[in-house]
Ligand binder design. Structure first.
Ligand SMILES: C[S@@+](CC[C@H](N)C(=O)[O-])C[C@H]1O[C@@H](n2cnc3c(N)ncnc32)[C@H](O)[C@@H]1O
Length: 174
């Protein structure tokens, strides 16, 4: 279950985004709690989700608040992000491993990946039925998945009754 509040690590690490409007992509953004939060800090955000109702709600809320959010209905499993197009990528409560390489390519030098989703402990330790095992990271997997990024923060922990892995990683500047 998601709320309209941003995940704590997004708030904690939003200061790692480059100053001035940063170009942010929120992948599988849902109703866009992070897109709205980061746009509220002055960044330009593209939100992508396949749920058209969520995308319409996000677009209308962004308009109401006067925020720079472009919300697109998109199946992110059948797309690849343009290389060097983003200062930050947000991926929360969503897992589609084939996108990982595209995240690294899409980040500009100095760009930041903000990633959090469920681990197998969500079933094995907490006994939560959802999401199913196919949507869970193995323990240690998230850290191993982005060797090209400098790890700014990594944690595997139970947060609000959910077992999650969190990674904040930065692409090196040349
Ligand atoms: C648990 S919600 C998380 C939403 C948001 N990231 C958040 O943390 O609030 C998972 C989202 O992934 C979206 N999603 C699942 N598969 C997708 C796909 N192939 N392409 C785009 N969005 C997808 C769903 O529509 C849903 O909005």
């Amino acid at each position: 279950m998601t709320t309209s509040e941003p995940e704590d690590f997004i708030v904690d690490f939003a200061g790692k985004l480059r100053e001035g409007p940063a170009d942010v992509i929120d992948v599988a953004c849902g109703r866009g709690r992070h897109a709205l939060y980061l746009a509220g800090l002055g960044h330009r955000v593209v939100g992508l989700d396949r749920n058209v109702v969520h995308i319409q709600e996000l677009a209308s809320e962004a308009r109401r608040r006067g925020l720079a959010v472009d919300a697109f209905e998109a199946d992110v499993e059948s797309m690849s992000l343009l290389g060097g197009c983003a200062d930050a990528i947000v991926n929360t409560l969503f897992l589609y491993r084939p996108l990982f390489a595209s995240y690294v390519r899409a980040l500009r030098p100095g760009g930041v990946l903000l990633f959090r989703t469920f681990t197998t402990d969500n079933i094995d330790v907490l006994g939560n039925e959802k999401p199913g095992r196919g949507f869970l990271l193995e323990l240690g997997e998230l850290r191993r998945s982005f060797p090209e990024l400098e790890i700014v923060h990594y944690a595997e922990a139970v947060i609000a009754d959910r077992a999650m892995a969190t990674l904040v990683g930065r692409k090196a500047r040349p």
